[in-house]
Design a protein around this ligand. Structure first.
Ligand SMILES: *Cc1c(COP(=O)(O)O)cnc(C)c1O
Length: 369
């Protein structure tokens, strides 16, 4: 078997500002008042990469981590002790319950079925999700009398808000239902607030908050705007430049027609990378603050931009993808969650240059014991 040479560097890169990530966690932890802030690290830290983000969060002080899938457990356990990791989807099969027991992570129990499976597998510390109106996962208030819940060793009693960023009345109703559940189910701690829930005030903070989006630079509610910094900085390389004449068209379905002579660049960035067609005519890339509008449709692996503002650019030059999330959401019509989690595997992810010290000084957890 011959060994392949190292591949050349990718033409897409994603710099993770781990100092901003750590600052965001500290800001959310401070806003959580007497509660401590955890961290939702599911979906590979919302697309940004567990290997870069989780160590920075640990170093900042986070101790309570959440993933959604069982397949997301192992990469996080490289940085976090198992009792600090909750699995939000919970065990739906005996294999999943056995995996929870074998790894020592905390399943979040979301139904009477899951409670039975967990008990039958031997049980142990778990979290319990109460549905207070999102109707997604969770035990309903009507089910709280079921004796199987009495077999659980509930560490954190949880619920999840459906509309924390927009509807105070609905959130208040959910909080009231959650309190009813708290009075009925023995537990050690309580937790209801996601990122936007933290901004709803003291009543929602309980013992533990569970921010996700805002850690990674998302601003779910204007009151958080001044406190949250951008974390993800995607860039794409120019792979060709060309000169168009009047009447030339660009890309699939010839959506753009050059009105006159113009210089354009083909950039290695497409919907396979999470840059969707919904960016449409609002979209642009940038170089040193100069805006380069998209021409025509995003076409699979490429976009074409107008170089009028930056005629000096050449093949191999890097363009910034505008990823200030509240602005990007408005321009693209995508949610801030979608913008982050869509960033594809072809991006080379690395810690932003001026944070490298910060990352290097993050000790592996084993060394702290
Ligand atoms: C994803 C998730 C969070 C984090 O929510 P954000 O809105 O990203 O802050 C918190 N709790 C649960 C149960 C989740 O699924």
């Amino acid at each position: 078997m011959s060994t392949l040479p190292e591949p050349p560097p990718p033409t897409l890169r994603l710099a993770i500002d781990t100092a901003a990530l750590a600052d965001n966690w500290r800001a959310l932890n401070a806003l959580s008042g007497s509660a401590r802030a955890g961290a939702a690290v599911k979906a590979n830290c919302y697309g940004l990469g567990v290997e870069h983000c989780v160590p920075a969060l640990v170093k900042a002080g986070a101790r309570d981590f959440f993933v959604a899938h069982w397949g997301e457990v192992a990469p996080v356990l490289a940085h976090v002790p198992p009792e600090q990791l909750g699995v939000l989807h919970g065990p739906n099969t005996s294999e999943e319950a056995a995996y929870a027991r074998g790894t020592g992570v905390r399943p979040v129990i979301n139904s009477l079925h899951q409670a039975r499976l967990w008990s039958e597998a031997g049980g142990g510390p778990c979290n319990l999700m109460i549905d207070t109106g999102i109707n997604r996962l969770g035990v309903s208030l009507a089910e709280l009398g079921d004796p199987v819940l009495g077999t659980l060793d509930v560490q954190v009693l949880m619920s999840h808000l459906s509309s924390a960023e927009e509807d105070a009345a609905i959130s208040a109703q959910q909080l009231a239902r959650f309190r009813t559940a708290c009075a009925k189910v023995p537990h050690r701690e309580t937790s209801i607030a996601n990122s936007a829930g933290i901004a709803l005030g003291e009543d929602y903070r309980c013992d533990l908050t569970r921010p996700g989006l805002a850690l990674y630079g998302g601003v779910p509610t204007p009151s958080l705007a001044g406190q949250i910094r951008q974390v993800a900085f995607p860039q794409a390389a120019i792979i060709q430049t060309r000169n168009l004449s009047a009447g030339d068209t660009v890309g699939y379905n010839r959506e753009f027609t050059a009105p006159g002579a113009m210089r354009v660049a083909t950039v290695s960035l497409g919907y396979a990378d999470g840059f969707l067609r919904s960016w449409g005519k609002q979209g642009y890339l940038a170089h040193d603050g100069r805006m380069l509008p998209l021409l025509g449709k995003v076409s699979m692996d490429m976009v074409v931009v107008d170089l009028a503002a930056a005629p000096d650019l050449r093949e191999g030059d890097w363009l910034d993808v505008p990823y200030h999330l509240p602005d990007a959401a408005q321009r693209s019509g995508l949610s801030q969650y979608e913008l982050l989690t869509a960033l594809g595997d072809r991006f080379g992810r690395s810690v932003k240059a001026d944070c490298a010290d910060h990352a290097a000084s993050a000790k592996p957890l084993a060394a702290q014991h």
